[in-house]
Write a protein that binds this ligand. Structure first.
Ligand code: MOS
Length: 772
């Protein structure tokens, strides 16, 4: 049977893809040439906006006296709920919200006098300098009639409820089999409750929006966003503009971790302020405002009931989660997903409970749901292992899921066994003392722990454009964003291989809505989607050029069948006779083509075994590989030293082994895994935002009081990747590693603390007071 002709470029495993290329944007970053959203200072007449926020968590604004502020020099405008132009639309109902690509809250501040959370903006002050704006904002006399707030789901005045859906897509209650009954009759029953403090993303670069109305109906916004297209569509809806009237530019991001995945109030207030003063406006959140301006990971507790046989085989998992949400959204991280899918277990049940409190809506934070969910399942499994006297790795192998237990579908690929094996080797797990509380190093108790990691490959798609020039360079474009994790670099590598050029001859442009649109950088989707789009766009270029060559009398390939022509490092040649062919530049010169363009859509579930079939596939067709369950898997191994007198826990060794499909660049990938592990160690041992139980206000909203790991807290880390071929996930076989790197980390640390001390700590963070 004739198949579609396929035109493969250089094999993407054999060129610069897979090499530890240093960041192509590294030079621009260390020399300060990389321009972040708050650095468009050359805009004509740029002025500064500052937010004044509410100290009160619930109440009504009864008055704002602006007289003193208005008399200051340089003050251009003071916007309050009394004079802020009404938005064209706010996402007030779940149905309504479908029109918004990226709005995390149905409530928008300053549309009325209502205060729902501490830190809510009550005024925007615009002035010629930042200092004038700050001074004026401080002089505003804001009167608020306070009401008694609800501080969290744990507060006595909180009312808990089971939502119909969580985040609009997971049911409040879900069941697989009869888990309650299976638990009740299980020979081994474990019940444990886990708590997780509120945590904040705290990216190095805070939220920042620079808004420039280039014409009354043409807005350009430089914004710290993980998704320029989503921000464009949401801003257009809220401001009553057509999508094409809004341009969003994000050339560089200083981290995001999920908090920059959404359009928060300040992103909308900046263009409103710019409109009010008729000049470009820059609005940057302060470090303190970062704690109340861009969401957080919600405080939560999970109760996991685990039923098993005496041999350690799982029979039942009953999972309940209770957490705090805002007054308007049924938001919770979907923890149950990973509890349900990680191990072979015949029954499962999950229930979400929420309490509305006076906080802004929590939001996606690195591996939302899977990160705290893994703490519960991976700690409970460790409990089970100790209770039955089985090695923690053995108990995981005993319950190894050969297919996805939630759907029964086969995995597109799964190399978790290899991860356990390699991780154990690298860590020296075979030397482990099976008894806890037995190993000492001087006065310190020493403990070893491990945990499994997993993260789904989410459905996503996006466009890319490749323009190849006859003189040997190329411009590659996709409206993606680089969180700082290496998108610029890995996509340059993919383009170089696909076009047969050196990386220095590729210019990859991203972060602008004028470029081909692609979905946000979130959910660990960007590397797989963008690399696949670019790879397929390059195939289109070659396909066009081969057509020109075989129709050109002067070409050695004249009258060859297109399907017999392949491309090797930029050279078009016969598959059967590679000597017969020519460099692509020759073909283009004879045809007087200065350049040639291709574009393509990279899609989830369209594997690289047949890239051309993918390119030709009907976009509307359902995902081709739907019957496969697609996940990355991995393991973390941790050693801790615990000071029994001080209760301090120090991580002294760390090994992570990940299997995540094709690794485009082992250097940037390793940095991702190190970063995710450190983020998780922070959540395990020190990170927590404390909300005052009476005032519902954060008491430690600063980087001085919110503890994150520093260099001295982190040992040298070992990271390895298992070579994994996944023919289903996307055209490049890339699963993504941004989020899996944090999953399982808190459990690996807590399990090590248990091994060291014999104390099972289920409340994060594990601060010294809890250890003693
Ligand atoms: Mo990620 S928490 O999906 O940006």
């Amino acid at each position: 049977m004739e198949t579609e002709p396929q035109f493969f470029a250089t094999n993407p495993t054999q060129g610069v893809v897979g090499q530890p290329l240093s960041r192509v944007d590294g030079w621009a970053k260390v020399t300060g040439q990389a321009k972040y959203s708050a650095e468009y200072n050359q805009l004509p007449g740029l002025v500064h906006a500052v937010l004044r926020t509410s100290d009160v968590a619930k109440g009504r604004v009864t008055g704002i006296d602006t007289s003193a502020a208005q008399q200051l020099p340089g003050v251009l405008a003071i916007l309050t709920h009394q004079n802020l132009p009404k938005l064209a639309k706010t996402p007030n109902s779940p149905d309504d919200r479908k029109a918004f690509a990226s709005s995390p809250m149905s409530f928008f501040p300053m549309e009325s006098d209502q205060i729902f959370y501490a830190g809510q903006p009550v005024a925007v002050v615009v002035a010629d300098t930042l200092e004038h704006a700050q001074h004026a904002a401080a002089l505003l006399k804001v009167s608020i009639a306070p009401e008694v707030p609800v501080a969290s789901y744990q507060a006595p005045n909180a009312q808990l409820y089971i939502p119909k859906t969580v985040r609009g897509y997971q049911p409040g209650v879900s069941k697989r089999g009869e888990a309650q009954a299976a638990f009740a009759s299980a020979p081994v029953q474990l019940t444990a409750t886990y708590t997780h403090a509120t945590t904040h993303h705290n990216p190095m670069e805070p939220g920042a929006t620079t808004a420039h109305w280039e014409a009354p109906d043409r807005l350009t916004v430089y914004d710290t966003t993980q998704g320029v297209s989503e921000t464009q569509r949401t801003l257009a809806a809220m401001l009553g503009l057509a999508t094409e009237q809004v341009r969003v530019v994000t050339k560089f991001l200083g981290g995001g971790f999920g908090c920059k995945a959404w359009v928060w109030p300040h992103v909308v207030l900046a263009p409103l302020a710019a409109k009010a003063v008729g000049r470009p406006v820059k609005l940057v959140l302060t470090r303190q405002q970062q704690f109340t301006g861009m969401g957080h990971r919600e405080e939560q507790e999970q109760t996991l009931r685990l039923g098993a046989t005496k041999e350690g085989k799982l029979l039942a998992l009953v999972h309940e989660k209770t957490s705090t949400t805002s007054p308007w959204e049924d938001w919770a991280e979907t923890n149950s997903r990973i509890v349900n899918m990680l191990y072979a277990c015949p029954t499962f049940e999950s229930t979400y409970r929420m309490g509305r409190a006076n906080v802004m809506t929590p939001t996606s934070t690195r591996a939302p749901g899977d990160m705290p969910g893994s703490f519960a399942i991976e700690s409970s499994l460790d409990d089970l292992a100790y209770q039955l006297g089985i090695d923690p790795i053995q108990i995981r192998l005993l319950n190894y899921a050969e297919h996805d237990p939630t759907t029964g579908h086969p995995w597109s690929s799964k190399s978790l066994r290899e991860c356990y094996q390699r991780g154990a080797e690298l860590f020296g797990w075979s030397q482990r003392n099976p008894k806890n509380g037995q190993t000492r190093d001087g006065k310190h108790l020493v403990g070893w722990g491990m945990a499994t990691a997993s993260y789904p490959v989410h459905s996503s798609q996006g466009n890319a454009r490749v323009r190849l020039y006859a003189d040997g360079h190329a411009v590659v474009q996709a409206g993606a964003t680089d969180l700082g994790t290496g998108t610029y670099t890995v996509i340059t590598q993919v383009a170089a291989d696909a076009l047969g050029l050196l990386p220095e001859h590729i210019r990859f442009e991203l972060g602008d809505t004028v470029l081909p649109s692609t979905q946000w950088s979130g959910g660990s989707t960007a590397a797989g989607r963008v690399s696949s789009s670019v790879y397929l766009a390059a195939q289109e270029v070659w396909q066009k050029l081969i057509k020109v060559a075989v129709g050109d009398k002067k070409s050695p390939l004249y009258q060859a069948k297109p399907a017999d022509v392949v491309v090797e490092r930029g050279r078009l040649q016969l598959k059967a006779n590679p000597a017969k062919g020519e460099a692509y530049g020759e073909v283009m010169k004879r045809a007087s083509m200065s350049d040639l363009e291709g574009s393509a859509l990279g899609r989830y579930g369209a594997g690289y075994e047949a890239p051309q079939a993918t390119a030709n596939a009907n976009m509307n067709k359902k995902e081709e590989a739907a019957p496969h369950s697609m996940h990355a898997f991995g393991t973390h191994f941790c050693e801790v030293h615990v000071d029994p007198e001080l209760g301090t826990v120090r991580v002294t060794r760390w090994v992570s082994v990940m299997a995540a499909g094709r690794i485009l660049n082992p250097k940037t990938a390793r940095s991702q895994v190190i970063g995710g592990s450190i983020f998780g160690i922070g959540a395990a041992l020190m990170e927590q935002t404390v909300r005052d139980p009476h005032l519902a206000r954060y008491t430690n909203a600063s980087l001085a009081d919110y503890h994150v790991p520093v260099n001295a807290d982190i040992p040298a880390m070992t990271v390895e990747f298992i070579d994994e071929h996944d023919p289903y996930v996307n055209a490049m076989g890339v699963k993504g590693i941004g989020e899996i790197s944090i999953v399982g980390v808190t459990a690996a640390v807590a399990n090590a603390v248990f091994h060291a001390t014999g104390r099972r700590l289920r409340s994060l963070p594990i601060t010294p007071a809890k250890v003693l």
